[in-house]
Design a protein. Structure first.
Length: 337
């Protein structure tokens, strides 16, 4: 068997070493996550499907109110290059959306908390804009303080019937029952949970700022009916505006969309102002892919949304929920009905 000349053997060894080195770089580059996040269009859903209201007459709307999301993921150098070449994907610095040293679980939990806060605001804003004159107001539990006896047995959505054997018809009734009581005292409470009457004895906790004053440890609100929003695993506050619109639409006769397919995004505050959101370009792409004719966009995001790739989708800038409702009023019914 003949042997390669020495110089050819050296070149082969060098080539093998280079290939081995490059392969190592590829493996290292693939497994090394950059401090970047790539945002792409996320899944969509009909916002009305997430809304339910116990005691509210439901008027299923024609058309659709589409809620939009964006999907964010950490990327390596190769994925970042591919993402940069895709006009529907934006790559941003991780520190823009993450707090220093925030873990994935901390980030997920923070976004779910933001969603909970957003849905609570949406309910309040929406119920301020629908006719509730035919409904009797009741006191509902909308949240509870952590590490209190009440939090162990009461649930969000419970309708309070009695406290201390006194019928509860208004939030002020609870304060009157609490007069003369002290932390550590036990008080009976009766609630309606999904049509079932439940009774508990609740030990009163002490207020953090005033340890001598008792509290049940719940957040309450006087509502005409309970509105529940099933947001699933979606986090963040950017669905607030669409949830507000859907809550208005469900108990209201007729349909806001008038048979059209309308997508939208935006935060909402207690005064009904619509705020900016992230990943608006990806949500434009998701809206058009879902077949939306119109997309409600926070006014502050409008210029950025216009840079997203789209064809027939019409972008409608809104600064308030009232502006969104005015847009719906301007729509011609599909089919001319």
């Amino acid at each position: 068997m003949s042997r390669l000349p020495e110089h050819q053997s050296q070149r082969a060894l060098i080539a093998s070493a280079v290939l081995f080195f490059l392969a190592g770089l590829v493996v290292m580059g693939w497994n090394l996550s950059l401090p970047l996040i790539a945002y792409s269009p996320g899944p969509v859903s009909d916002t009305v499907d997430a809304i339910s209201g116990e005691g509210a007459d439901s008027c299923p709307p024609a058309g659709e109110l589409i809620m939009l999301t964006a999907a964010g993921q950490n990327v390596n150098i190769f994925e970042a290059v591919v993402a940069a070449a895709d006009s529907s994907v934006d790559v941003i610095s991780r520190q823009v959306v993450r707090r220093p040293d925030e873990t994935d679980e901390d980030y997920r939990r923070r976004n779910l908390e933001l969603m909970d806060q957003s849905t609570a605001v949406a309910i309040g804003v929406a119920l301020g804009k629908v006719d509730i004159s035919e409904h009797q107001l009741s006191v509902y539990i909308t949240g509870y303080a952590a590490d209190t006896p009440a939090g162990e047995v009461l649930a969000i959505g419970d309708r309070i019937l009695e406290l201390g054997d006194r019928p509860i018809a208004a939030t002020t009734d609870l304060a009157e029952v609490m007069e003369g009581l002290a932390p550590g005292d036990s008080v009976p409470i009766s609630v309606d949970r999904d049509g079932e009457v439940l009774e508990f004895d609740i030990e009163l906790a002490e207020q953090a700022e005033n340890p001598d004053e008792p509290m049940i440890g719940i957040f309450i609100r006087q509502l005409p009916f309970w509105v529940d929003i099933d947001s699933g695993i979606v986090g963040g506050p950017s669905a607030g505006a669409m949830y507000t619109i859907a809550i208005i639409d469900v108990p209201t006769p007729g349909s806001l969309t008038r048979g059209h397919v309308v997508a939208g995004t935006g935060t909402v505050d207690a005064d009904g102002n619509v705020g900016n959101i992230g990943a608006v370009r990806q949500k434009v792409v998701a809206a058009e892919a879902a077949g939306a004719e119109f997309m409600l966009v926070p006014a502050g995001n409008h210029a950025q949304a216009l840079t997203a790739p789209r064809r027939d989708l019409e972008l409608v800038p809104i600064a308030t929920i009232d502006e969104a409702l005015a847009f719906f009023d301007s729509l011609e019914p599909v089919g001319g009905d």
